[in-house]
Design a binder for this molecule. Structure first.
Ligand code: SAM
Ligand code: SF4
Length: 329
């Protein structure tokens, strides 16, 4: 699959549910309206859609959400998608999770062929964790991370850098992650969906964070890549990897290799644009994948050049109306 700007699409991110057991302040409003359950694709339909993408050249699949591990029977989908790893059609099957259910599922994830997972964690302080996630308990997440490491999964910790919230803790988080052999990646807040907080207050440019870290640590340039938008440095003092995902201070669209599927079968060709293609209708119209394949080709032909994220005090509305939990970060 080649888009109009010559980028080959090899990476599909799938939001298996828009629901979540947390309500992170930068991601959701406390009182969220979720998609009607009747609109959801079944797990079998999600499998068929993902498999159609694999047949068309996708090499990496990431399950995300909402919280992917709160969807009922999601492990059935994970196990079933694992077959593409065995045939060699897929290089990697992975997951982004808030960690709350990992204690239960880590072993099964490993058995299904998952090697690496991303766990989102913005603070190590229990009270602060409660403030950020509104509903979360940090002990549950820490137990989940322990279970994942014990099961032999490679874990990368992702933290959203939030001005005045975890700004003073970024160094500690990095040291903690590296001390446990986990990579650590920082993400800038993106203006997606109405949340109760003011995003201009939350936004902390990573260029600033990096400058601060560079005063204390030796950040060595690295060409390590995982097929995602993060740029990595190696921290000489810890030997660990530190990633930066900077959609606002540095646009990474020129190397974008991905598209995103929602749990209702809508395909977004860009996280930061509204254009989308409905794949549920062609999926359901026939048991043969011809219509679906044509719809995917048409969608890829419309992949835009880049996003329009800006966080600016004059512009109060988010850049895109849908929440990150719909398209899955
Ligand atoms: N619930 C899972 C989790 O938290 O890892 C998966 C879905 S979550 C939407 C995926 C990632 O998006 C998380 O790392 C989260 O911190 C990040 N995220 C959510 N809203 C964001 C926003 N407005 N800007 C930047 N990152 C965001
Ligand atoms: Fe849930 Fe993840 Fe969004 Fe937090 S960031 S509310 S854990 S979907």
């Amino acid at each position: 699959m080649l888009d109009p700007f010559g980028r080959t699409i090899t990476y599909l991110r799938v939001s298996v549910t828009d629901r979540c057991d947390f309500r992170c302040t930068y991601c959701m409003a406390e009182d969220m309206t979720f998609l009607p359950k009747a609109e959801l694709l079944t797990l079998e339909e999600l499998d068929r859609l993902c498999s159609a993408f694999v047949a068309k050249g996708v090499r990496k699949l990431r399950l995300t959400g909402g919280e992917p591990l709160v969807r009922r029977n999601v492990m059935g989908l994970v196990r079933s998608l694992g077959r593409h790893l065995q045939t060699g059609a897929l290089d990697e099957l992975t997951l982004t999770t808030n960690g709350s259910q990992l204690a239960k599922f880590a072993g099964e994830l490993k058995d299904a062929g998952i090697k690496r997972i991303n766990v989102s964690l913005d603070t190590l302080d229990p009270a602060r964790f409660r403030d950020i996630t509104r509903w979360g308990r940090i002990e549950q997440v820490r137990d989940g991370i322990d279970a994942a490491l014990d099961a032999g999964l490679k874990v990368k910790i992702n933290a959203v850098a939030l001005r005045g919230t975890n700004e003073d803790e970024i160094e500690d988080l990095m040291l903690w992650a590296h001390g446990r052999g986990m990579d650590f990646t920082l993400i800038e807040t993106m203006p997606m969906g109405e949340v109760d907080a003011d995003r201009t207050d939350q936004y902390l440019p990573l260029s600033l964070v990096r400058t601060r870290l560079a005063q204390r640590f030796t950040l060595e340039e690295s060409d390590y890549r995982t097929g995602g938008p993060a740029r990595y440095v190696r921290v000489a003092e810890t030997g660990g990897r530190l990633g930066f995902i900077t959609p606002l201070t540095h646009n990474f669209c020129e190397s974008c290799n991905r598209v995103r599927l929602t749990c209702t079968g809508t395909l977004y060709m860009c996280l930061g644009q509204d254009d989308a293609a409905d794949l549920r209708a062609p999926l359901r119209a026939s048991s043969d994948d011809t219509l679906l394949s044509t719809a995917i080709d048409e969608a890829i032909a419309r992949k835009p050049k880049g996003h329009d994220f800006v966080i600016d005090r004059r512009r109060k509305a988010p850049a895109v109306a849908r929440h990150m939990s719909v398209t899955g970060g």
